[in-house]
Design a protein around this ligand. Structure first.
Ligand code: PLP
Length: 420
């Protein structure tokens, strides 16, 4: 084992890992564009964009320069009672990109805090209005992060079993499919009519962590509509889907009924620094206005609104606005469509599915394919041995590579997939 691995094994506790049974981690020492380089000189295509974060590729010069320039100008400041140009600029630009009812941006630290803030905002919105509704509605299989509120509205599974007794009251709609949609709709209508729900939270159009599960935009549109009819706040968790992952700038651009609150993270800085944004309307914001301090939203983090992170967001937005970026994203969507067609009848794969730049497929297994079936490890290491870093969700594998990935690299990825 290398010195790096030895040191890692001695001192580091890794996320989502059963240390006793896992192989040592892959030692990555540098990265450029879509490639990761290991200590021993081997290279890997970053097929999942570093946990779905990296948009423009690793080591993007424009983002790097923006970070460096901001560090020289203003590295950090308290954000309560203070502002700075990059935080104001980014908030204005995000609001301008969103539909009309999004008017105020709240900064936090990552995807979990973006949803945590949305949950707290919804609860306090009703509390301030004197109608302390406290239940939430979510969708089976949901993942909204690992803080307590975010875990509470997520799927109740082995990932959070030790904490479940502390979670608040959440009801789950079955994941909508063509077979059950009418039942799901009726259930949503019945539950939301009870006046008990503070909010309805969902991953729009694609549920990521549950296995890149995709559902129809008309169903989401109807669910948002039902919640709105019943005065339930709707929260779109676009932590994974935002910034062209699904082909459109935001997933909610594909639905007519707009949510009340939207959460961003992951790709918003181009994927290089952690941040969460929770964006909502003036109508919701103004419910927190009062001559009483305690009616305000008393939430924040030491790094809220960090200027270097805001500079990275602004630089990533610059890149996303370039016609060549949009053309490249459109090309990736087309290439993925072609591969989806090609792999539809692959004997070892099933449920090949597509949403914008994401192509997901399941490796056929004899049993139902539990999260921990052996195939997960076998396929993961097969792809690693062939120079592809693809982190699966159970037996679900998916390709959501950075937008700088070339056609040749996509072909390479799918040549390896085909040979599995
Ligand atoms: N929400 C969604 C939809 C996610 O996919 C994730 C992470 O995968 C999160 C929230 C949590 O984000 P983070 O890992 O930055 O806390």
């Amino acid at each position: 084992m290398s010195e790096l691995i030895n040191k890692d094994q001695a001192y580091v506790w890794h996320p989502f890992t059963q240390v006793q049974t896992s192989r040592p981690p892959l030692p990555i020492v540098s990265a450029k564009d879509a490639l990761l380089f290991a200590e021993d000189g081997k290279q890997y295509i970053d097929c999942n964009s570093a946990w779905w974060t990296i948009l423009h590729g690793h080591g993007n010069a424009h983002i790097g320069q923006a970070i460096s320039a901001q560090y020289q100008t203003l590295d950090h400041t308290v954000f309560a009672g203070v502002t700075h140009p990059k935080a104001a600029e980014v908030a204005e630009r995000i609001v301008q990109l969103l539909p009309r009812n999004f008017e105020k941006v709240f900064y936090s630290d990552n995807g979990s805090t973006a949803t945590e803030v949305a949950i707290k905002m919804s609860l306090q919105y009703w509390y301030n209005k004197g109608n302390a509704k406290s239940k939430f509605l979510a969708i089976e299989g949901a993942y909204h992060g690992d803080t307590f509120g975010a875990m509470s509205v997520g799927e109740r599974d082995l990932f959070n079993a030790p904490f479940e007794h502390l979670f608040f009251d959440v009801d789950y709609l079955p994941f909508p499919t063509a077979e059950n949609w009418e039942v799901v709709k009726a259930q949503a209508a019945a539950l939301l009519a009870t006046n008990e729900y503070a909010g309805f939270i969902f991953e729009p159009l694609v549920q990521g962590a549950s296995g890149m599960k995709m559902y129809d935009k008309n169903w989401l549109n109807e669910l948002i509509g039902i919640a709105k009819q019943n005065a339930v706040l709707t929260i779109a968790d676009e932590v994974m889907t935002g910034f062209y992952r699904l082909g459109t700038l935001f997933a909610i651009d594909q639905v007519e009924n707009k949510p009340d609150i939207i959460c961003f993270s992951k790709g918003i800085t181009g994927g290089v620094l952690p941040v969460g944004l929770t964006v909502t309307s003036n109508e919701i914001h103004d419910v927190f206005l009062s001559d009483k301090f305690a009616r305000g939203f008393l939430h924040g983090h030491s790094f809220t609104g960090n200027p270097i992170i805001c500079a990275a967001i602004a630089a990533s937005l610059d890149l996303l606005a370039l016609p060549e970026t949009k053309d490249k994203i459109a090309s990736i969507c087309n290439w993925q469509k072609g591969y989806a067609e090609k792999f539809k009848n692959h004997p070892k794969l099933k449920d090949v599915r597509l949403a914008g730049t994401i192509l997901a497929f399941e490796i056929k297994v004899k049993d139902k394919g539990s999260y921990f079936s052996d195939i997960r490890n076998i396929a993961y290491h097969y792809f690693i041995d062939h120079g592809m870093l693809i982190r699966p969700l159970g037996n679900v594998f998916f390709i959501n590579a950075p937008y700088c990935t070339t056609k040749e690299q996509f072909d390479e990825i799918y040549t390896v997939v085909e040979s599995f």
